[in-house]
Design a protein around this ligand. Structure first.
Ligand code: SF4
Length: 177
């Protein structure tokens, strides 16, 4: 078997939704070589070759794979966590067993644009984040040079849903929140 186990190593409330949990798991081996194959095999995957991450959705959950570990957010509870880890192990082993039939894809399938993030920002161009417009801030988030927390207005009441939408996009890009 290619991957023997994924050990649960960390559980915390989700940063995007306090009713859900996020976890980390450790792979029993380095799985990075499989990322280009999983990028083809999983139709929603985003492979970030530079960042060495592969991210994909499973139901509402966001799974970010690194070389030796995985981070999963938006899980319902611990049972869901263990079921999702089992699912991931199965997918990884299935993909490996079909490796000879799969053409590896080294490209990032879909990069969200700054506009995809801008539409959820306050759009008041106050400049408090260090750039003069919300659109410039969105560009910084997409390229990973700024954290969302630099926008002082995102934690204001009424912005909860928009914040969650942006955090989901950033997670899909493989960024830590
Ligand atoms: S702090 Fe927020 S609202 Fe102000 S410019 Fe930056 S992104 Fe826009």
């Amino acid at each position: 078997m290619y991957l023997e186990s994924i050990d649960l190593s960390f559980i915390q409330p989700c940063t995007t939704n306090s009713n859900r949990i996020r976890i980390k798991g450790s792979f029993s081996r380095d799985v990075e070589e499989l990322f280009p194959y999983l990028n083809t095999y999983l139709k929603t995957a985003i492979y970030n070759k530079e960042g060495k991450t592969l991210t994909f959705n499973y139901s509402q959950k966001i799974i970010i794979m690194y070389k030796y570990e995985v981070a999963i957010s938006k899980l319902l509870n611990e049972t869901d966590a263990f079921e999702t880890l089992d699912y991931l192990k199965e997918i990884i082993n299935e993909c490996d067993s079909k490796r000879n039939e799969i053409i590896p894809n080294y490209d990032m399938r879909k990069l969200p644009s700054p506009i995809d993030i801008y539409k959820y920002l306050p759009k008041i161009n106050c400049g408090k984040c260090g750039v003069s417009t919300c659109l410039a801030f969105a560009t910084k988030l997409i390229n990973g040079s700024f954290k969302l927390s630099r926008c002082v207005h995102m934690n204001e009441a009424g912005n909860e849903k928009n914040k969650e939408e942006i955090e989901t996009i950033l997670l899909m890009l493989g960024y830590e929140l």
